[in-house]
Write a protein that binds this ligand. Sequence first.
Ligand code: HEM
Length: 252
Amino acid sequence: MNEFLWVVYPYLCLTVLVVGTLARYNYDQIGWTSKSSELLEKRMLRTGSLLFHWGIIFVFFGHVAGLLVPIEVYQAIGISERMYHLGAMVMGGITGLMTLAGLALLLLRRLGVKRVLRNTAPADWVALGFLIATVAMGLLMTLGYNATHLPYEYRTTVGPWIRGVLLLHPDARLMSQVPLILQIHILTALGLFAVSPFTRLVHVWSLPLAYLRRAPMQYRRRTAASAQGSRRRVAAKQRAGRTSAERREPHA
Ligand code: HEM
């Protein structure tokens, strides 16, 4: 069972993520969107979406720092275990709460605003369910478990395990003693990766990098004076167009 959960299941989920994303890109580029519902309701979306997206970006960098950087690096630069876990609990707690609050607001909006509810597909509920379960279990571990027990040292178990998965030599034994809450967190996270290609979460891969190289566009507020100015410019252009046409066809 241990081998299945921590070797077979992760690769199954990651394979579905990669193959599913490539297949969706090939067959459904028109549907490749976050399906924004901004036109249906704006106020709750703005707050919920900002909280969720900023929260999850910081949580992502926290995971990179905690799981991909070996514990020896922290020891070499003099960051003690106590210092690390205090920082991780404070930063992880704040950013995790931001993410969960954003998700809760987005869920309330989806349930409470009729037009949004009617435009919610089953895949949206699946994505939301996996997101809430994953974030809630992660936060329960960071704030609940660590505050009531000694902080759990995942840098010697989950860290080397996930690096093993990424380097294609996973060791399931590293995961057998991990607290159940954290195990459930990781299993739901892997499930989230597997379902994401079939949901609006595909928009994660659409970073608008071209925007960085694009010439800036200027948007100006249309005031009465500028509207009058642009009407004059259009009229002048039309007059110029007419006279050059008359010059080309003098007898017309
Ligand atoms: C296989 C992938 C993942 C692994 C191995 C993993 C592992 C962890 C670990 C070790 C913690 C710290 C627990 C503690 O403080 O003792 C954590 C916390 C957390 N995780 Fe994950 N996680 C994964 C994916 C995700 C995903 C996809 C999300 C969001 C959708 C997420 C959201 C969170 C949150 C909100 C917390 C609490 C805040 C924090 O400590 O950063 N995790 N996770």
